[in-house]
Design a protein around this ligand. Structure first.
Ligand code: IVH
Length: 672
């Protein structure tokens, strides 16, 4: 434990010294466990104590992560996260989306399986012929770290399965530490989740073994669905084979059942000896899970209903404006640091100007702040009775605090209202704050994902004038970087190779990484599918007729088209885009290489009775085919759904000699 500021300063000095040895001479002065412990104690001290602004914190030091310890292994199927629900409306929305996708009646309630959401660290275990063979961390979802040896030390992970010796089996679950065990080591870690994570990431598995970790198994991959028919049967199978599965899991028939289950478990929460932060609801039947499939980051077949947020009172010291990547100006309350459910909160969002007015928030006010999961804390309300006489109203800026451009609110033609969000009208690299945020987005986990290149490094490199545009990352002066505090020969080598590695990426990642407003991961994928290669994509700058074709794509609406146009009309954006296209190795969009519809095109007209258009499209694409929105002579199949097909289209297709499939023939073709 760190006792005083003096103690903190001394220990921090030591850490920096150790760090130098670690990186510069590649010969650590203390062993890893002691180093990690010291660093953790410093971080805890920083989190618990408010240090003065000029005190350089350990959490601010750049290039501080130890070098990579584990080898990267590709997951058999990606490890995704879950979409969150925070209120009953979100649950109804989940049912709605599922029903739409499967083309079921609006009020259908498919059977769900409820499981507590364990707040630990996920792991993927691979069993070969019934024996534990390899264990991976989640990593970036696509690649994990090989932490087999560390997972091996966990007694709740069976080394040999009791009943099955199936050739290939992937089990997913959560590694966690019991609250009672955490108490014994709480001086070393901020919370049980950090403790589990820290322990799993030990270089030496003997250190992992010293901390009692547990494991709840909660699932598998699509590739192993043939073992059982439902999630509930699969968990029984896991139990029979020696895994621990959570005892509070339950079949759910409808929303009333679900809400009751949610409340029951929430009431039990504090009495459990492990942390849970919500309930996961999964479509119970495996065949339906498979049909629903996954979005880029989360499955369509499950949702996490998070427990209600925790709240705390604090006072607003000041209100500052934060500028986002898309130019949005967000007012943020700087509050007196307050501990809300184990986390020290010192910033809370006020969303926008209208919200400040609606809630009547002034500087100096005492406010109720809420924190829910990983969501940014926000101010809910003001304690009007506690308002001091010298409270100060906040005047929302008319000019961007970063670049001085006018602040604008967009007019929305549909709602006939002005947008609540105010934006910097420079809309691009001309504004320093926007440029920094754009670069942060470019290097983020979902985009280029450069190991060791975090947000703090971006800020540092910006400050030192090393980077002004995303492409500058590929032209860094490593000799200069090596001289910076927190960097050494080894960390610079690591950074160099991480940057090099990030240069090869898929077309959809590239489109996402350039940070066009309204183009998230899903839309980037749609665009990549359309353009297929960087060569085609490059034409977007000159060929304006693309926009018409793009607007016909499912998922691309007016706001996306306008945003694309705006983006590519901007000279700097164009310059960055062209530079990046030259520097990066962008691979073509991968359509399934195997499948019965390779090089085949489909068009659908009329509604299908057993599936939605989205599902039909997904099936065609999974088999390597493509769905077109307009009729052309190149088309191979037109599927005529039973509900209101356009006869004109079918007749025209017949004239072109295109094969017309009835709904029944379509199902036969796909073995549905
Ligand atoms: S199912 C496709 N079930 O929550 C994703 N996840 O936010 C399937 N988690 O990374 C996840 N308990 O680490 C599932 N019973 C449970 C879980 C659970 C905890 C974690 C998991 C995942 C995270 C998603």
């Amino acid at each position: 434990m760190i006792k005083s500021l003096k103690d903190y300063k001394n220990k921090k000095k030591k850490l920096i010294e150790y760090n130098k040895f670690y990186y510069d001479q590649n010969s650590p002065k203390i062993d890893d466990a002691k180093y990690d412990l010291l660093k953790k104690q410093l971080l805890i001290y920083e989190e618990k104590n408010k240090l003065s602004g000029h005190e350089k914190k350990v959490s601010d030091l750049v290039g501080f992560e130890p070098s990579k310890k584990f080898s990267r292994v590709k997951h058999k199927e990606s490890m995704l996260s879950l979409d969150n629900a925070f209120e009953e409306g979100d649950i109804i929305n989940f049912y709605k989306k599922v029903n739409n996708y499967l083309n079921l009646k609006e009020h259908t309630r498919l059977e769900l399986f409820a499981e507590p959401k364990i707040d630990g660290i996920s792991a993927s275990l691979y069993y070969k012929n019934g024996e534990f063979y390899q264990g991976l961390s989640r990593g970036d979802g696509v690649h994990g770290e090989d932490i087999t040896e560390n997972l091996y030390t966990i007694s709740e992970i069976p080394k040999k399965l009791k009943l099955t010796n199936i050739q290939q089996l992937t089990i997913r679950g959560e590694v966690y530490i019991k609250k009672s065990d955490f108490k014994k080591i709480s001086d070393k870690f901020a919370n049980p989740r950090n403790a589990a994570s820290g322990s799993l990431r030990q270089k030496d598995s003997n250190n992992t073994a010293k901390i009692p970790l547990c494991f709840f198994a909660y699932g598998t991959i699509f590739g192993n669905h043939d073992i059982k028919n439902t999630q509930s049967e699969f968990l029984d199978f896991l139990k029979d084979n020696g895994f621990s599965v959570n005892p509070f899991s339950k079949i759910i028939k409808n929303e009333n059942d679900l809400y009751k289950n949610y409340k029951d478990i929430e009431n039990k929460r504090s009495k459990l000896d492990y942390d849970i932060d919500g309930i996961v609801y999964k479509i119970n039947k495996f065949d339906l899970q498979k049909r629903l499939g996954n979005l880029t980051n989360s499955p369509r077949w499950a949702i996490a209903y998070k427990f209600s947020s925790e709240k705390g009172l604090s006072t607003i010291k000041n209100i500052e404006i934060q500028i986002g990547r898309t130019g949005a100006l967000t007012p943020v309350a700087k509050i007196q640091p307050v501990n809300i459910g184990g986390v020290v909160v010192s910033n809370a969002t006020l969303h926008n100007e209208d919200e400040i007015i609606r809630k009547d928030i002034r500087i100096g006010d005492t406010v109720l702040v809420q924190r829910a999961g990983d969501v940014i804390p926000n101010v809910i309300s003001v304690e009007r009775k506690k308002r001091p006489i010298n409270s100060k109203a906040f005047i929302f800026p008319k000019k961007c605090p970063s670049c001085g451009s006018k602040v604008k609110k967009e007019y929305n033609e549909n709602s006939k209202k002005f947008d609540a969000v105010a934006r910097c009208s420079s809309e691009g690299f001309e504004c320093e704050k926007i440029a920094i945020e754009k670069i942060k987005h470019f290097i983020s986990k979902e985009a280029l994902n450069i190991d060791g290149f975090g947000k703090k490094v971006v800020e540092k490199f910006w400050e030192l004038n090393f980077i002004r545009y995303p492409q500058d990352i590929f032209n860094l002066d490593y000799e200069k970087i090596e001289k910076l505090e927190g960097f050494g020969q080894q960390s610079v080598e690591n950074l160099k190779s991480a940057i090099k590695r990030s240069q090869a990426l898929s077309l959809e990642k590239f489109i996402f990484s350039i940070g066009i407003r309204h183009i998230g991961q899903e839309n980037a994928k749609i665009l990549a599918k359309f353009f297929k290669s960087k060569k085609n994509l490059k034409k977007i700058i000159k060929v304006h007729s693309f926009y018409k074709e793009l607007s016909e794509l499912d998922g691309i609406g007016e706001s996306q088209i306008n945003s694309l146009k705006n983006f590519f009309e901007n000279k700097t954006n164009k310059m960055v885009f062209e530079k990046l296209i030259l520097i990066l190795e962008i691979s073509d969009f991968k359509i399934a290489e195997k499948g019965k519809f390779i090089n085949q095109t489909f068009m659908f007209t009329g509604g299908l009775s057993k599936m939605s258009r989205s599902e039909a499209k997904q099936i065609v694409e999974n088999e390597g085919g493509k769905v077109l929105g307009t009729l052309s002579k190149k088309l191979n199949f037109i599927v005529s759904g039973d509900a209101k097909p356009t006869i004109k289209k079918i007749n025209q297709a017949k004239e072109f000699g295109i094969r017309v499939l009835t709904e029944k023939e379509w199902y036969k073709l796909i073995n549905f």
